[in-house]
Design a protein around this ligand. Structure first.
Ligand code: 9MG
Length: 279
């Protein structure tokens, strides 16, 4: 079977990664998979089935909210949220599972539990994350963030946002290579909304071809984010069309993975783009 990274390299259109937030407090869907104050496995499986039927090609499972202002979660809480769900999803569905975590302990446990990819919004910056991720052999998404979620939106300042984010990602690629993680396992992500103003997010979005030119697959996560709210002046539940529009633009710019909440809207939008592009 073709591996995840070969699949990304060979396709002309991006993969749709569906978000499965196991947190009580994520910005748009926090607590939706909870019953009686705990993650509810039946609810998670029902939601996963729905996302897969809608056309998701990857599921991203996360147990720590990284919305602006979110507090760091205790490791035991994160492990207890994610690992049982990973096991349940693995035994029920064939879809590749990505685990959204910065915790070295969860990275290794997720790999043993059948994860196909790691997604780290701290780009393996936590102590122990580089060797842990290296030991898993899994593909890894390195995302840029300006500091921790509690403070990242306080007053983000860059010398040149595109050059700074590209420079950061290049440094993280070198750190990965130094830790024995080869480039062919890496995916890059500019980190929309992670310590960026609307103007900075837009500059990064316009520069997506620059990120793609780094020669690694690029992930884009803009779904329902505040940049869409700011442009449209709409609350989070009314950002589906804005999210789909940005997904199409990201695909046109060469993104390899689009991380979304609204799978059906994204898949339809991308199919339209594909039909228009193919002759
Ligand atoms: C976990 N998470 C939330 N937003 C994200 C984004 O834009 N990219 C990636 N890779 N992960 C994200």
């Amino acid at each position: 079977m073709m591996g995840l990274m070969e699949g990304l390299a060979q396709r002309g259109r991006p993969q749709v990664m569906a978000i499965l937030n196991l947190t009580p407090d994520s910005f748009s869907d926090g607590g939706k998979l909870y019953r009686g104050g705990k993650v509810d496995l039946d609810t998670v499986l029902f939601r996963a089935q729905h996302l897969i039927e809608a056309g998701a090609e990857l599921l991203d499972v996360g147990g720590e909210s990284t919305r602006p202002g979110a507090e760091q979660v205790e490791l035991s809480v994160e492990l207890n949220r994610v690992l049982p769900v990973l096991e349940a999803l693995r035994s029920r569905f064939d879809i590749p599972l990505s685990v959204d975590t910065s915790s070295p302990e969860l990275m290794t446990a997720a790999a043993s539990g059948g994860a196909a990819m790691l997604n780290d919004v701290r780009a393996l910056g936590r102590t122990g994350a580089l060797p842990a991720a290296a030991s898993t052999g899994l593909p890894i998404c390195l995302m840029h963030s300006l500091g921790e979620p509690q403070v990242m939106q306080d007053r983000p300042v860059y010398r040149d946002v595109v050059a700074d984010v590209v420079g950061f990602l290049r440094q993280r690629i070198s750190a990965c290579e130094g830790a024995g993680i080869s480039r062919c396992r890496l995916v890059l992500d500019p980190g929309f909304g992670f310590g960026k103003t609307l103007e900075q997010n837009l500059s990064l979005f316009r520069a997506l071809p620059t990120f793609v030119a780094e020669g690694l697959p690029v992930m884009v996560g803009v779904s329902r984010k505040s940049m869409i709210g700011a442009i449209l002046n709409k609350p989070v539940e009314q950002r589906v069309f804005g999210s789909a529009a940005l997904a199409v633009l990201a695909a046109q710019a060469g993104a390899a993975i689009i991380r979304v909440h609204d799978v059906a809207a994204t898949v339809d939008s991308l199919k339209i783009l594909e039909a228009v592009r193919s002759e």
